[in-house]
Ligand binder design. Structure first.
Ligand SMILES: [Zn+2]
Length: 1152
């Protein structure tokens, strides 16, 4: 009784607040006055009319707010009736969370703003990559035998006191798909390499080998018997075989998102723990096309101490070699202490093959690749073949090789030398093992038995090398702590990679964009499936009743999806640099995994929203819920399914994958425009019906798009009923076509108001935050007006073409070699411009020959209303050697500075440099790019990885697709001609900057952070609401909304994943534990305090997990390393989680 009175009081209080704020809003309406202060006269009646319209809109919005409050109060009452009593203190929180548009300021703790606002000071002995780029001339002088370097000399007696210590590290680079599919490589090469490894390493304890791709290793493991497995374990235990990195693949570091990078690392490390009991210590990445500090951070968080990288711009390598900074402590740009430090070795020369790893002269080093002995299949292109080592030539051969070792050693600070020995798919045949290991052993034996040479040489693993290196520099030989470093501290990244001349590898930032987009959609689905699966298991546990829920079957589907997503993070997969049929293999894997995770989502959703769990029954062939979109084949865009709405109610279940409450648009296809949308409490919800267009001017006559706003609680399921019938709150959109200088007729657009506009006046669409002006001639955006301060900015969108150079080397899958600056896109056919205006969203769709471009504004109070949605459907299949880009030109005075993210994890400041060719100024954009001046920031948020640049002040551009008729001589042997109809989507966000603090030295700071609003907009874009519908004949009353969280997570804390951990038992179903992965984002508070509509706050990185949960409890929570390899000592208060800004942490979590 008492509680129910409280609700009434509470509800009335909120009612009053809303009425009062409505009053305030009315009061704020600015009645235009003429200079004499008199009220407007007849000529300004139009303005008055606008004001009245505005008032009506405000009234309508407030009605909506009140309806929401009423619903939430009723909802709370019902919860109380059902016995779900919230602790008293949380009541107001819950209610205010459900308020979609309470006019409050951004609720950010000022302490949380300090991280981004700090001033930058460079570390002593620090190397900042932005400075290095300023310094370098990027000339390309001939360096002699080391073509991209310089002549190296040494004194004979330099090693007299401390001998040179050489570690020759045998390795075999196995691409999980490139010229062949993963399975074909395995069958033809990889299995033989691993089989021979067991035999050949066992022959001599001095032999060593490293392996990194667990995708291959696990496949092989499944095929071998116990005896062989034992032999492998012995090799691992004795230190002869080392697993380096231990990820599922060696991931692309430009296009991969950190969600997938972590997931593939976890999958590999979990496999290793279960099968080999191995914990990798050292990262090994010889082939990704440029390196990201995000990977360094993830390795460090996973508990690795060392790492090696290889593909770095040749000018950077040369500079680092001359400064002896090829070995460094890699520290994150944003790191204020040394918590992110990891020891890193950068290989100095052109490649990781043998000619480029023993020393500076490839002609010499090739002679020590004994696979190339005369009579074999491979030889040395420098025309001097290797000689088998004999007693007669050993002394001379040692002198020649030692000379290379010594020269290479001069590029480093210690006497410990690394000489990798391997190449792609090496050591396939037993003979090759004998050739390499026997000949090298003879060389080592000679070296080691001649003290006057002052050298100690041996086979080693990569960790053997690092251990010796650490010892020689006084570091802890095995620990993570690098201590007081004897090596320089480096911060920054290694993009954009060039391996020679002006051959910049910026093409692969965009190559095969269809799959880059599909990858991101799958990531979001896998995350949803993982979280829902874990919540369902915990829920089933809690009820304690046996269930028909397919826990083991779903775990298998999830595992397969993790592995296919992991495989796609490989540096030839998501990079778009494989053969056509290998691309199809990856696409098919992603496609099947998409279907499978959708099965996990719908079967889990079914359980969670079912009122009476006893009635749950699982039928894989006829699921209770169906996802509302279907991708027909691996290389086609998904299509929405049409929901038949008849007299019987049709239920739509909406999942909010974000851990914060949000108001977002739901759009489904229905068979009629006479639809009423009811929420779970039976209240009619405002809706918009729009036409579905088969092409620019042809509407479908039997399908309509139904849109409504879902005010969703975090990670919740909401339920809506669709019923057929006339409904005043369901309004039809209005259409107009711009017909200046062209003739357009639209037939059969019944039910919608249609008009033709033939004047040249720009089209305007607006919502409570923004007003966009779009050219009537081009159909493209020209200006953006921010209503908050009534400021107008030029933001001009256009499309441009790049061609490729006439030189011998042309653009291909890897390389971008444009002929000149881009030319503007001017198709022969005039564009069709269609304007849609409706109560919930308005859009302008412009259809060109190669692109359908849609600009959409949502009429939503909150995050979704504050940016412009841009969707491009691109089709360049008829073109010859062309790339198409979207260019946005603004009036922001950004000069040569702009910002792109790395792996969706952090933002890297960039500088466009005239001393570099055009293609070198392109950078990977995984989640966003932005530019700014002292008053504003313009961000382009993306739902897929693409290449981006800012070639002029105020300009941002992004390559959308590329079609290239030739190979670019990096081994692929084909062009890129398998283009598809590709969809890519973005959000464009313009933010006013409130303060640029004095002394912030923003121009030089090597870090920058998005605002909370920008982070949130990105989340909404990449994790849209998931809609499902019940089959036609299901009973309406059997479902109930599901809210696992009482309140939103803090705005800056992202639930990266809640990933079920496999049980130790045979058979491999789920255990009772899940990996809870959290990321505290870094954000910049320096933006105007407008009503951002955020439904969350910040808490200085602290969360008490159990306080967030509605009906589940935390049974145990244990901090662990990122990939669960190491379990940390329990903290004093287990329940309290505390994260530093930018930190990603994993916990073993058991819910009940
Ligand atoms: Zn590779």
């Amino acid at each position: 009784m008492k509680l129910s009175r409280q609700f009434t009081v509470c509800g009335s209080a909120i009612f009053c607040v809303v009425v009062f704020s409505l009053y305030l809003m009315l009061d704020h309406i600015d009645y235009s006055k003429n200079p004499n202060g008199e009220r407007v006269q007849n000529g300004q009646l139009g303005i008055l009319q606008d004001k009245i319209d505005q008032l009506e809109r405000l009234l309508a919005e407030n009605n909506e707010i009140i309806a929401n409050i009423r619903d939430s109060v009723i909802n709370l009452r019902e919860n109380v009736k059902e016995g779900k009593v919230f602790p008293e203190g949380n009541i107001s929180l819950v209610i205010s969370e459900l308020l979609p548009s309470s006019p409050v300021l951004i609720p950010i703790d000022s302490e949380d703003c300090q991280f981004a606002a700090r001033t930058y000071s460079k570390a002593v002995d620090g190397v900042q990559m932005l400075d290095v780029y300023d310094l370098l001339r990027f000339d390309n002088p001939d360096g002699g035998v080391w073509k991209q370097g310089f002549e190296i000399t040494y004194e004979e007696n330099e090693w007299d006191n401390e001998p040179l210590q050489v570690f020759v590290v045998p390795h075999s680079h196995n691409d999980p798909g490139w010229l062949k599919t993963f399975d074909d490589y395995y069958r033809d090469q990889t299995q033989h390499i691993l089989n021979n490894m067991v035999v050949k390493l066992s022959e001599d304890v001095r032999r060593k080998m490293i392996w990194s791709e667990i995708s291959y290793f696990s496949k092989w493991w499944e095929s071998i018997d116990d005896q062989k497995r034992d032999a492998v374990r012995r090799l691992v235990d004795s230190g002869q075989l080392e697993v380096a990195t231990g990820g599922w693949v060696m991931p692309d570091e430009a296009n991969a998102h950190y969600f997938a990078m972590i997931d593939q690392l976890l999958e590999g490390h979990q496999w290793l723990e279960r099968n080999l009991g191995v914990k990798p210590k050292t990262g090994w990445a010889v082939d990704p096309f440029g390196h990201s500090p995000t990977q360094a951070y993830l390795l460090r968080q996973a508990g690795l101490s060392n790492m090696l990288i290889q593909r770095i711009h040749y000018s950077v390598k040369k500079h680092f070699a001359s400064q002896k900074t090829l070995e460094f402590i890699w520290r994150q740009n944003w790191d204020q202490d040394s918590s992110s430090d990891i020891l890193c070795h950068m290989m100095p020369f052109y490649s990781y093959d043998v000619p480029h790893t023993c020393g500076p002269d490839p002609k010499i080093c090739c002679q020590f690749d004994f696979k190339r002995l005369p009579g074999g299949r491979v030889s040395c292109p420098w025309r001097i073949p290797p000689q088998a080592i004999t007693e007669t030539n050993v002394q001379e051969r040692v002198q020649v090789l030692l000379d290379q070792y010594r020269k290479k050693s001069k590029l480093f600070r210690t006497n410990v030398l690394l000489a990798p020995l391997g190449d792609d798919f090496r050591y396939t045949e037993a003979l090759e093992w004998d050739q390499q290991f026997e000949n090298y052993q003879k060389l080592f034996d000679y070296m080691n038995s001649h003290p006057e040479l002052h050298v100690k040489a041996q086979f080693g693993t990569i960790s053997d090398y690092f251990e010796a290196l650490r010892k020689s520099t006084g570091m802890d030989p095995v620990g993570m702590d690098v201590g007081e470093p004897a090596l320089p501290v480096l911060s920054g990244d290694f993009f954009t990679y060039a391996d020679r001349d002006d051959h910049y590898w910026s093409g692969y930032f965009t190559s095969r964009p269809f799959y880059k987009q599909m990858d991101r959609v799958l990531e979001s689905h896998i995350r949803s499936a993982e979280i829902l699966y874990s919540l369902t298991l915990a829920n089933i546990q809690k009820t304690g009743k046996p269930s028909d829920y397919p826990a083991v079957e779903n775990y298998k589907l999830l595992t397969e999806a993790r592995r296919n997503l992991g495989l796609f993070q490989h540096h030839d997969a998501i990079a778009g640099t494989s053969k056509d049929w290998v691309v199809v293999d990856y696409g098919t894997r992603l496609f099947h995994s998409m279907l499978n995770v959708k099965r996990v989502i719908v079967s889990s959703a079914h359980w969670l929203v079912l009122k009476d769990k006893q009635t749950y029954s699982h039928d894989a062939s006829n699921p209770f819920l169906k996802m509302d979109d279907v991708q027909p084949v691996q290389d086609a865009l998904p299509r929405k399914t049409v929901l038949e709405v008849r007299d019987k109610p049709r239920l739509v279940v909406i999942y909010n994958p974000t851990e914060q409450a949000r108001s977002s648009m739901v759009s489904v296809y229905v068979n009629t425009l006479h639809v009423r949308v009811l929420n779970a409490l039976g209240h009619v919800v405002r809706a918009q019906v729009s036409a579905v267009w088969n092409d620019a001017t042809h509407p479908a006559t039997d399908v309509f798009q139904l849109s409504f706003v879902d005010h969703a609680a975090p990670l919740s399921f909401s339920i809506y009923q669709l019923t057929e019938g006339m409904e005043l709150r369901t309004e039809a959109a209005k259409y107009s076509f711009l017909t200046e200088d062209k003739h357009i007729t639209v037939n059969r657009l019944e039910h919608f108001r249609l008009s033709y506009q033939d004047d040249a006046a720009p089209v305007q669409i607006e919502n409570p935050y923004l007003k966009l002006s779009i050219s009537a001639a081009t159909g493209l955006l020209e200006t953006m007006r921010l209503k908050e301060d009534d400021s107008e900015h030029q933001v001009r969108v256009e499309f441009v073409w790049y061609g490729t150079t006439r030189n011998k080397d042309k653009s291909g899958a890897y390389l971008f070699l444009p002929d000149k600056e881009a030319t503007s896109y001017s198709p022969s056919q005039p564009a069709v411009i269609r304007v849609t205006k409706g109560p919930l969203f308005s859009e302008v769709t412009t259809t060109f020959t190669h692109i359908t471009h849609t600009l959409r504004l949502y009429n939503i109070q909150g995050v979704d209303g504050q940016s412009v949605e841009i969707c491009n459907t691109v089709d360049i299949r008829g073109e010859f050697n062309r790339e198409i880009a979207m260019r946005i030109t603004s009036d922001l005075n950004s000069e040569d500075r702009f910002f792109t993210d790395l792996n969706g994890y952090q933002v890297q400041p960039r500088k466009t440099m005239a001393k570099l060719p055009l293609q070198a100024n392109f950078y990977p954009m995984t989640s966003m790019a932005y530019l700014q001046d002292s008053s504003a920031r313009l961000s382009l948020l993306t739902a897929q990885s693409l290449g981006a640049a800012s070639l002029k002040s105020g300009q941002l551009e992004v390559i959308l697709d590329r079609r290239l008729n030739q190979d670019d001589n990096r081994g692929l042997g084909q062009g890129v001609l398998d283009n598809k109809l590709t969809a890519n989507s973005f959000r464009l966000l313009l933010e006013k900057r409130s303060s640029v603090e004095e002394g912030h030295n923003e121009e030089t700071a090597p870090y920058s952070y998005p605002s909370i609003l920008s982070h949130m907009s990105y989340m909404y874009l990449n994790h849209p609401l998931v809609s499902m519908a019940t089959s036609l004949d299901s009973a309406a009353l059997s479902l109930t909304p599901y809210n696992p969280l009482r309140t939103s997570f803090p705005c800056d804390i992202h639930l990266v994943n809640l990933r079920a951990i496999q049980s130790k038992e045979e058979g491999g179903g789920p255990s009772e534990e899940a990996a809870l992965i959290l990321h505290r984002k870094g954000f910049d508070c320096g933006f105007s305090n407008r009503n951002t509509g955020l439904l969350c706050t910040t808490t200085r990185g602290k969360i008490h997990l159990e306080k967030f949960l509605t009906d589940l409890k935390v049974k145990s929570i244990t901090p662990a390393s990122l990939s669960l390899m190491h379990t940390h000592n329990s903290e004093s208060d287990q329940q309290e989680i505390s994260l530093k800004p930018m930190e990603i942490r994993t916990y073993r979590l058991q819910l009940s």
